[in-house]
Design a protein around this ligand. Structure first.
Ligand SMILES: Nc1nc2c(ncn2[C@@H]2O[C@H](COP(=O)(O)OP(=O)(O)OP(=O)(O)O)[C@@H](O)[C@H]2O)c(=O)[nH]1
Length: 308
């Protein structure tokens, strides 16, 4: 039943992706925990194949705020790191809003300088969050805010101490106002495990890629259909691997199912390491033609949804 047919006043919802950008140790996890209001699962940084990982989902004033984090390498030294930086920034380009975090004590060092310069090229509203204000004097903060705003145009600047929650409510309500109108992308009963569902899908996708990248360059996607925590503390995870053609399905399955078995074993092993509980992983392979045009699939993948 929609709001129109129920006779109630329709409530307009808002929903959007907010990309958190900041140097390691700037306090992103602490801020996510403070925004979400409960301890959220720490998402592994090991999986770098992804464009962006969901760190937490917040509901505030009829707005669903999906906080995403991009792989945090900002001063790439190695060739591989350089290749990944553009991937990291594409997460920011695809988000609705970008939230740049600076460490009040560190100020604008080489890494922060690189982040601010890159952020300037992102074509979305940006907000600046100066964290750890408890560690420095007020005058220094104003100078830092000014210096950062000279480098990149921020719509708003916040000064917070994520660790004590100081200033965090303002950030939350501002994000809620700034995300675009639209329906919630995550059902409320899946919000708490959405980051883990997505991470688990990324891990399996990584294993497929490691095994089959020559035969299956880009044509597969993985979705976590079920995430069930059992009484004995184990987790049952069901995932579907989608490919575009029957011939690809055969490749993923392998002779007598050998390839999928080995992908499942690798994925399960890594999931157990991250979750630290026994994992029962069930993989299914399905052919879905033209999944690349299906908006729902983009949604499942987090950020890679078409804008129009
Ligand atoms: N004094 C102070 N310390 C903070 C604040 N916020 C975070 N910290 C500390 O800064 C350190 C890094 O915080 P994290 O939240 O783990 O930082 P992060 O950016 O998620 O780190 P990476 O995951 O490595 O990118 C931790 O020791 C936090 O306790 C703050 O407002 N004030």
């Amino acid at each position: 039943m929609t709001a129109e047919t129920s006779g109630e006043t329709p409530t307009a919802t808002r929903c959007g992706f907010v990309a958190l950008i900041g140097a390691p140790n700037v306090g992103k996890s602490t801020l996510v925990n403070a925004l979400v209001g409960a301890k959220v699962t720490i998402v592994s940084r090991k999986v770098q194949t992804t464009r962006a990982l969901i760190r937490g989902i917040v509901i505030e004033n009829n707005a669903q705020i999906i906080l995403v984090d991009t792989p945090g390498i900002f001063l790439p030294k190695r060739r591989l790191d350089r290749a990944m930086v553009s991937t990291a920034w594409s997460g920011a380009h695809d988000a609705d809003l970008v939230c740049v975090l600076l460490d009040a004590k560190t100020g604008i060092d080489e890494e922060a300088e690189a982040i601010l310069a890159k952020a300037a090229s992102v074509n979305h509203d940006k907000i600046l969050v100066i964290n750890k204000v408890d560690l420095v004097q007020r005058e220094k903060l104003l100078a830092l805010a000014q210096a950062a705003n000279e480098r990149t145009k921020f719509v708003r600047t916040f000064m917070i101490a994520a660790i004590s929650g100081d200033g965090v409510d303002d950030v939350r309500s501002t994000l809620a106002e700034m995300v675009p109108p639209g329906p919630y992308l995550y059902p409320e009963d899946q919000m708490s495990d959405a980051p883990m569902r997505q991470l688990a899908a990324e891990i399996t996708r990584e294993k497929i890629y490691q095994k089959l990248h020559q035969e299956l360059p880009y044509q597969s996607t993985v979705e976590t259909d079920k995430w069930e925590e059992r009484k004995d503390k184990s987790v049952r995870i069901e995932q579907t691997i989608f490919v575009e053609r029957e011939s690809q399905r055969k490749i993923v399955l392998g002779k007598g199912g050998a390839t999928i078995k080995s992908i499942g074993a690798d994925s399960r092993k890594e999931l157990m390491q991250i979750l630290d509980v026994p994992v029962h992983l069930f993989l299914f392979v399905k052919v879905r033609e033209n999944w690349g045009d299906d908006p729902d699939r983009y949604r499942e993948m987090g950020l890679e949804f078409p804008k129009e």
